[in-house]
Design a protein around this ligand. Structure first.
Ligand code: S3P
Length: 434
């Protein structure tokens, strides 16, 4: 297990084209594999998570090739091949949950597996709706967890109220709905990221949203056609540099060609409430999503409260937002974020522990944390990422801003979502990690 020592840097400045969006890359691979005809994906995120999904669609019969950084996929027109081996999703909850929806509509049995972290995450949230649609789903792990065995069937459409705000569960049901007779309706308790809806609609499915209700018309699989996807930069990756620059007086960082879907960018509003100086320049679209450049200039931040409907739209940014809280003056309260306990790690508990060892005054609560920021982080410690990529990257950024630096242990996990993270760190803070 490798570790990185991050030293405090004298200044933060530069320009970064962050790597492709993880959520969109997964969906581009899956929708292309299901469509009739050929698709291409420009800017596909070559991270371990997305590569696992790409390998799985290949195992399921899609022809995948690559040339000059562009991925080409010949789709299966909805009829996938029964795989010869188990389907290894690695660390990826998105891969496992979305693919389970696809497999529910196939006339064979298959098994989705994952690493230790993924094998501890709740899967009943997908097995319940898929069983209501007629598939047989067995969770063969210890407690409603992976491995997930999916025996597909002729599916019937359901109208389903999501018990948790989860884009992965919504997407699982919509992908299964492509194969169902009748209209599939999903009602969410709060808005979550809508990449699946936007991308399915672009590829030809009849999908519409009305408030918190998403409807997919039956027979969708026959309508899906090959697409040329252009994956924008991942806002969740950009978030590390946005916070890093926002909290440092004198800093100036530009992030180029970042996906700006409003269901992903609530971090910007939270940081602006804290006093951040952030300018966004819209530039067009990629993979049905708005894209633009974000320029951040350092300022003095003050604490804020974050909760309610905002949480799903910054769900992956909570670890780095907690770092922003520590680098602000006054109290930051994060609430309604209990879903973070079932991410790649229990992010509330792990993040609170990491910040505490770095000298931050933080209290973990049932559904969030309270940070009493002092506009600085002491550091001078080693912290464990618990194998969670977003914790590793958030604490590395904390190290750049800490007076005594921070050693982050167990950092290989960064490869699951942001393989060029350390290169990008060197672009804005040269020589600070080693
Ligand atoms: C994702 C949805 C989110 C997010 C995850 C990716 C997706 O999870 O945390 O990293 O691609 O749909 P939820 O299922 O909690 O919304």
């Amino acid at each position: 297990m490798s570790s990185v020592s991050v030293s405090p840097c004298a200044g933060i400045a530069g320009e970064i084209s962050v790597a492709g969006d993880k959520s969109i890359s997964h969906r581009a691979a899956i929708i292309s594999a299901l469509a009739s005809g050929a698709s291409s994906i420009e800017g596909f995120l070559r991270s371990e998570d997305c590569l696992s999904t790409l390998r799985i669609v290949e195992q399921l019969g899609a022809a995948v090739s690559e040339s000059g950084g562009r991925i080409s996929i010949q789709g299966c027109a909805g009829s996938m091949r029964s795989p010869e081996a188990q389907l290894d999703c690695g660390n990826s909850g998105t891969g496992m949950r979305l693919l389970a929806g696809v497999l529910a509509g196939q006339p064979f049995e298959s098994i989705l597996t994952g690493d230790a972290s993924l094998s501890s995450r709740p899967m009943k949230r997908i097995s319940q709706p898929l069983e209501l649609m007629g598939a047989e789903v067995r969770l063969t792990g210890d407690r409603g967890t992976a491995p997930v065995t999916v025996k597909g069937a002729r599916l019937k459409a359901i109208s389903y109220e999501l018990p948790v705000a989860s884009a992965q569960v919504k997407s699982c049901i919509l992908l299964a709905g492509l194969f169902a007779e009748g209209d599939t309706v999903v009602m969410e308790p709060k808005e979550t990221r809508n990449h699946t809806e936007l991308m399915l609609a672009d590829a030809g499915a009849d999908v519409s949203a009305n408030g918190l209700t998403v409807t997919l018309k039956g027979g969708g699989i026959k309508r899906l056609k090959g697409m040329d996807w252009d994956v924008p930069g991942d806002f969740s990756s950009a978030a590390f540099w946005i916070v890093c620059a926002a909290a440092r007086e004198g800093a100036s960082v530009s992030l180029k060609d970042v996906g700006l879907n409003p269901r992903r960018t609530a971090l910007l509003e939270a940081l602006r409430r804290m006093g951040a100086d952030i300018a966004v320049e819209a530039k067009g679209s990629g993979a049905s999503e708005p894209v633009g450049d974000i320029t951040v200039k350092g300022a003095r931040l003050t604490g804020t409260e974050i909760g309610g409907a905002e949480i799903p739209n910054l769900v992956d940014e909570v670890p780095i937002l907690a770092v922003a809280g520590a680098l602000s003056e006054g109290r930051t309260v994060i609430r309604d974020a209990q879903e973070l306990r079932v991410k790649e790690s229990d992010r509330l508990s792990v993040m609170a522990k990491c910040l505490e060892s770095a000298g931050v005054v933080v209290e973990e609560t049932e559904d969030g944390m309270i940070i009493d920021g002092s506009a600085s982080i002491k550091g001078g410690c080693a912290v464990e990422s618990s194998g969670d990529h977003r914790i590793a990257m958030a604490m590395a950024v904390a190290g750049l801003c800490a007076s005594d630096g921070i050693e982050v242990r167990d950092v290989d996990c960064v490869l699951t979502s942001y393989p060029t993270f350390w290169d990008d760190m060197n672009k804005v803070a040269e020589g600070c990690c080693g």
